[in-house]
Ligand binder design. Structure first.
Ligand SMILES: [Zn+2]
Length: 350
């Protein structure tokens, strides 16, 4: 049973109502320094779901780490079930301020891992055995990869019962059906039938308060949705537009790139959303939308090669305009004045 009277992680036992942390030894680094995986364990007095929250699977994705840090600092009076928080899964790449492990591998391609495998593979195995498999639900926090930025959004596995409900409860402006990526934490969760949601927001190596606020509140809404915390009436105020597919608009020329649309913007087929200027001459190439949708991610680069991914556009059942309205509304409701992202004004300095 996953929510028994005693929960043991890394050989340390926690009774209901207890909270604390465990440092799981992963191995030694080149400097002989020992690397640990810290797991915070917060147990409610009543049995219920066991939710894991992981961040820093990619060591340069700081928004999730800040969300996890804020979640660790909270009180959970009246908690039903258990919360397992791992603020930095990939400590080795965190030290390098990098997405990748010291051996250049991506931890999120090494799941479910192997106790006798590479350094990253061992981290994956320990996380699976000591955290994921002891949970009933999971939230994994990410940002866009370096050089890109994401609108706050959730990714979910349609195939697993409960995953979509979690994403709905999370209440990010957009939820996107996730593709299957072999070796990822989400693929490992799917293999064992564990409902999970991935939150993606902002860019690497930065802490962005709008993304952090969305994420922290989203995790707490998921907890309320699962019955771990008392429900709030305003939980219904954050509808997510469900997007079944998405595509990237790529550069059809190399040069200096200017974007005309912000994240969260509805775009229509044929719309010019950016321009690529030839740095040595007078040639300007338009960046044109090939499929209507909502901009959920884009490059942060100003220099692009032909073929580079520029805008990530998602398609929902609702019209893109309605989704855009929802994004603006949810930004206004969720975020205090200072933290509101500039969804309304496009950086459209043509
Ligand atoms: Zn990531």
């Amino acid at each position: 049973m996953k929510n028994g009277a005693v929960l043991t992680i890394g050989g340390k036992s926690f009774r209901r109502g207890e909270r604390g942390h465990v440092d799981l030894p992963v191995g030694r680094l080149v400097s002989h320094a020992e690397l640990n995986l810290r797991v915070h364990v917060i147990r409610g007095r009543r049995p219920g779901p066991v939710l894991f929250v992981t961040a820093g699977v990619h060591g340069d994705e700081l928004n999730g780490i800040e969300i996890a840090r804020r979640l660790v600092r909270r009180n959970y009076r009246g908690l039903t079930g258990d919360l397992l928080i791992v603020p930095v899964v990939n400590v080795a790449s965190f030290l390098l301020r990098s997405r990748y492990l010291p051996d250049r591998r991506d931890l999120n391609r090494l799941f479910p891992g192997n106790a006798d495998g590479s350094f990253g593979s061992r981290i994956a195995r320990i996380l699976m055995d000591e955290v994921v498999k002891k949970a009933t639900h999971g939230v994994d926090l990410h940002t866009a990869a370096a050089g890109r930025i994401n609108l706050p959004q959730t990714r979910l596995a349609d195939r697993i019962e409960g995953s979509r409900e979690m994403a709905k409860a999370f209440g990010a402006p957009v939820m996107l059906k996730a593709g299957n990526r072999e070796g990822s934490l989400r693929a490992a969760c799917e293999k064992i039938g564990l409902p999970y949601v991935i939150f993606e927001a902002g860019e690497a190596l930065r802490i962005e308060l709008p993304a952090v606020t969305f994420g922290e509140r989203g995790v707490r809404r998921v907890m309320r949705g699962l019955g771990m915390l008392p429900k709030k009436s305003k939980d219904q105020d954050h509808p997510s537009a469900y997007c079944l597919g998405s595509n990237w608009i790529r550069a059809s020329a190399g040069g200096l790139f200017r974007s005309f649309v912000p994240l969260g913007k509805a775009v229509e087929e044929g719309q010019v959303v950016g321009m690529i200027g030839d740095p040595f001459g007078k040639v300007e190439t338009e960046v044109v939308v090939d499929r209507a949708g909502i901009v959920i991610g884009r490059t942060t680069a100003s220099l692009v090669d032909e073929g580079d991914a520029l805008f990530h556009v998602a398609q929902s059942k609702a019209s893109p305009e309605r989704v855009e309205e929802g994004i603006i509304r949810s930004a206004e409701k969720v975020l205090p004045e200072m933290e509101r992202p500039p969804y309304r004004d496009s950086h459209a300095a043509k």
